[in-house]
Design a protein around this ligand. Structure first.
Ligand code: LLP
Length: 427
């Protein structure tokens, strides 16, 4: 499920670096990010979709090194805030390869996007159309996509299902909201409508959902052609490709996504007499999640008289809120201890935070004699963990170490209480 592999001596390695050695050097909890895995996954998208434009969804995880790798591998970047936009451009990411999202963009974000000449902007409400047009730069119309809602339910949890009615993103195709937004954008000379955008949801493994999405998007494109005489050249299918958190999970890799969508799109366009638009995709999790491992140290082990066992570690819901938020299931493995032939027990791996809901992995099979000081690794930790990490209990967000060719380098240091105190300007 991730790039962590057993080495010759049975130890867990990532990017050629032993996890126990990294934990000793940088402390725990620790996130170890495999640069080659990120690059390899980015490259796999370009290979599988040679005619498409691939934008890495920065919300999964972003730092300057990550922006460098994504830029060097030839991908674009999907950002959804001035923060992500500023970090990426400060790192040197080319603005023309950036796409900006958001259902509630601030005036500052729109101005910044315009000033930096961000490549594309995704329109999500009628009111932002004139606001954006008013920022027109002479001779440089802003390229925009209109985000639409096709009525397709997809994704691992209701909180991430954005392809359905009754949620805040986009314009519904059914009922005509999407057609109206398209009409309004086309009426603005300062805006160049390049296509439609749709993001169904996250952690999707069934390509049929994307085909249903394409059917509805192509119908809308045909309607726009009939009404306005324009054929929009781009179709952005968003992200959402599922990854393997546990060995038994299914994933949606770039090749299967491509096989499930490109021929279908061509066939539907042929039926409607449309030129085939260029596909845009925005994978986040599928590039970042499998590239990192979270390493924790066991602080306490508790066996109860009613037969339960808890392994409490030095991180938890402040570095990985996903189990508490969505009930997400993870794998966990002991580090530096052989598993074959050792007696195992069933443990709930819990965090150190002041909530009973701070459970990282339920029912994990771990060595029966697990004790304080042991290390545990949680694979597939690269997406929506650190990017959603919080300051709860002032534990401090963990450091991030990049590994490549057997060498480790610190990208982000551990957050300390001094970082918090530095923000205090009154009492
Ligand atoms: N494009 C748009 C417009 C999105 O909203 C998202 C994710 C993506 C692309 C990337 O989706 P991905 O390929 O990473 O699935 N915090 C949740 C996931 C929220 C996803 C939000 N949007 C989680 O931890 O599962």
């Amino acid at each position: 499920p991730s790039s962590a592999r057993p080495g010759a001596a049975g130890e867990l390695l990532i990017g050629g670096v032993g996890l126990a050695e990294a934990a000793d050097r940088f402390g725990t909890p620790l996130y170890v990010l495999d640069e080659d895995e990120v690059r390899g996954r980015a490259r796999a998208y370009r290979r599988a979709l040679p005619k498409a434009e691939v934008f890495y969804a920065a919300k999964a995880f972003l730092c300057s090194a990550m922006a460098d790798w994504i830029a060097e591998e030839g991908l674009g970047l999907d950002v959804c805030s001035a923060g992500e936009l500023r970090l990426a451009t400060a790192a040197g990411f080319p603005p023309e390869r950036i796409l900006l999202h958001g259902n509630a963009k601030t005036p500052e974000e729109l101005r910044l996007a315009r000033r930096l000449r961000v490549g594309r902007l995704v329109v999500d409400s009628l009111s932002e159309i004139p606001r954006l047009a008013a920022l027109a730069v002479a001779d440089a119309p802003q390229r925009v996509l209109v985000r639409v809602v096709p009525g397709v339910a997809a994704g691992h949890h209701s909180a991430v299902r954005t392809g359905v009615d009754g949620q805040k993103f986009g314009f519904r195709i059914a009922g005509g909201d999407a057609a109206e937004a398209v009409d309004r954008v086309l009426a603005q000379p300062g805006l160049e409508l390049t296509g439609l955008h749709c993001h169904l949801g996250s952690q999707i493994t069934d390509t049929e959902l994307y085909r249903t999405d394409l059917d509805r998007l192509v119908e809308l494109l045909a309607g726009i052609r009939d009404r306005h005489g324009v054929e929009l050249p781009e179709l952005d299918l968003g992200g959402g490709h599922g990854v393997r958190y546990r060995p038994q999970d299914e994933e949606l890799d770039p090749a299967r996504f491509a096989a499930g969508t490109t021929a279908h799109l061509a066939a539907r366009c042929a039926e409607r007499g449309l030129a085939v638009p260029r596909l845009l995709v925005e994978p986040g999790r599928a590039i970042a999640a499998p590239a990192a491992v979270a390493v924790y140290r066991v602080l306490a082990v508790k066996h109860t008289a009613d037969g339960r066992a808890y392994a409490a570690v030095d991180g938890g819901m402040s570095d990985n809120p996903r189990p508490a938020l969505y009930g997400s299931a993870y794998d966990v493995r002991p580090v530096g201890r052989p598993t074959a032939g050792t007696a195992t027990g069933v443990f709930d791996v819990v965090g150190r935070h002041c909530e009973a809901g701070d459970v990282l992995v339920r029912g994990a099979r771990l060595p029966a004699d697990l004790r304080p000081g042991d290390l545990l690794a949680v694979p597939a930790a690269g997406a929506y963990q650190l990017s959603m990490a919080s300051g709860y209990n002032l534990v401090g967000r963990p450091p991030v170490v990049a590994v490549r060719d057997g060498r480790a380098r610190l990208l982000l240091r551990r957050e300390t209480v001094e970082d918090f105190r530095a923000r205090e300007v009154g009492r």
